[in-house]
Design a binder for this molecule. Structure first.
Ligand code: SAM
Length: 208
């Protein structure tokens, strides 16, 4: 019962269980987030967007990596926006971060706005993956990079590993080939993927 209530809130946290889920994600995703972010060479003046920012931990991590740049976080859960704003209060006050309520389907930014767009543990929930990747492509600057990070990689060793979560949330874990193809189909070049031994973590980076 508790498992279902909690996990059901991963896709769009709200209410009591949503709060618990956000706290749990902010703690539980630290490792995969830090590892994923290592695959981008952040510059001090970068303008970065984190899509599906959840509780805002990645926004805080990225703020540490950019000097006078700016990090935007967007999420379509009102509760996530509230929690992200709270966690990033100081960075928001000094103009280094901004958190907005928005969907990946319709990002409230002009074309060619960002040096990097990150998306951590959120891709599974997107309604139209190729269209949504194209929407990110639109807001990336020329040569800008997208970084997709996953902890639900489907491996040959244990292909059933994610069955319970997949069923509860009506989502699918991902394969390396599928993500490479999706990024190429959405128009990205220089698609690279990375996995971490001993985990089911996957990170994909590609360029506009
Ligand atoms: C599993 S959580 C991951 C949150 C955060 N990135 C992290 O790693 O802790 C997935 C997040 O993606 C958000 N999300 C799902 N679909 C979205 C969409 N279409 N547009 C914006 N955010 C979305 C959810 O509200 C949720 O906060």
């Amino acid at each position: 019962m508790k498992y279902h209530k909690l996990v059901e809130n991963a896709g769009r946290p709200k209410g009591f269980w949503g709060k618990l889920m956000i706290n749990s994600m902010n703690k539980g995703h630290v490792g995969v987030t830090q590892w994923g972010l290592e695959h981008i060479d952040f510059q001090l003046n970068y303008n970065v967007l984190d899509v599906g920012c959840g509780g805002g931990k990645a926004v805080a991590e990225i703020c540490e990596k950019i000097g006078n740049g700016k990090v935007y976080g967007v999420d379509y859960s009102e509760l996530c926006v509230k929690k992200s704003k709270k966690l990033n209060k100081n960075n928001i006050l000094c103009g280094k971060a901004a958190i907005m309520l928005a969907s990946v389907s319709d990002l409230p930014f002009s074309d060619n706005s960002f040096d990097v767009v990150t998306a951590i543990e959120t891709y599974y929930f997107w309604p139209d993956k190729i269209k949504n990747l194209k929407e990110i492509y639109r807001v990336l600057k020329k040569d800008g990079k997208i970084l997709l990070v996953f902890e639900m990689l489907k491996t040959d060793d244990d292909p059933m590993k994610w069955n319970k979560v997949e069923k509860t949330l009506s989502i699918k874990s991902v394969t390396e080939d599928e993500i490479k193809k999706a990024l190429a189909d959405a128009g990205y070049s220089d698609v690279k993927t990375y996995t971490k031994k001993g985990t089911t973590w996957l990170c994909a980076a590609a360029q506009k």
